[in-house]
Each structure stands twice: as C-alpha cells, then as structure tokens.
Design a protein around this ligand. Structure first.
Ligand SMILES: [Zn+2]
Length: 110
C-alpha cells in the first residue's frame, strides 16, 4: 500500500518513509520530504500511550479467542455476542483516552 500525497511546502509528490526518534519517554514517528526536508510528524507516543495500545492489542486477541470458542461450540451465541460487546466497549473506552492523549503529545513537540 503506497500513499500518494504531496508536500505542503514544495508541492512535490511525497513517498512516505517512516522514521522514529526517541526522546525521554517519548517516541516520535515522522517522515521527511526528500525534496525540501520538511518534516511531518505521523504520531507521538509516550509510555502510557504505548501501554494503552498494548491493551487494545490484547482486546483484539481476546476477541479472536472468543470467536474460536464460539466456532468450537464451547460458548453459546448469546455468550459470544455479549463477550464481543464487552470487549468493544472496553476498546472504545481505551480509544477515547488514547486519542486525545496522542493529539496533546503531538502538539507538545511541534
Ligand atoms: Zn517538500
């Protein structure tokens, strides 16, 4: 998957090659325009954000686990639907904490 975008500064097509830079407890993912060296920050994560992201990954795993239980008839459809519902709610809760956090972090470094 290649994203076709143009540089805001020089208007030349950009090929995104993500790089990361670590600071104290903060990891910035960014890319640089090869023509004019303009820097674009993709996202910034601190320790807490990374923890939240790993929580989200864990939820994804438990969703798969529930699907497996269901296909093996080890839980009923109702149990499955309820479990997925709970997981989705938890996921939404974490996302709603994570997103504004990442926005704040991004502003704090630019
Ligand atoms: Zn440029």
């Amino acid at each position: 998957m290649t994203q076709r975008i143009h540089c805001d500064q020089c208007n030349k097509p950009l090929k995104i090659k993500l790089k990361t830079k670590s600071r104290i407890n903060i990891k910035e993912t960014y890319f640089v325009c090869p023509h004019c060296k303009a820097k674009y920050t993709a996202y910034v994560l601190d320790g807490e954000c990374r923890k939240l992201q790993s929580e989200i990954r864990k939820l994804k795993h438990s969703k798969n686990a529930k699907a497996q239980l269901f296909t093996r008839n080890q839980i009923s459809k109702d149990e499955y639907v309820k479990a997925i519902d709970d997981i989705e709610n938890e996921n939404k809760k974490i996302q709603s904490i994570l997103k504004p956090k990442m926005d704040r972090l991004r502003h704090s470094i630019s």
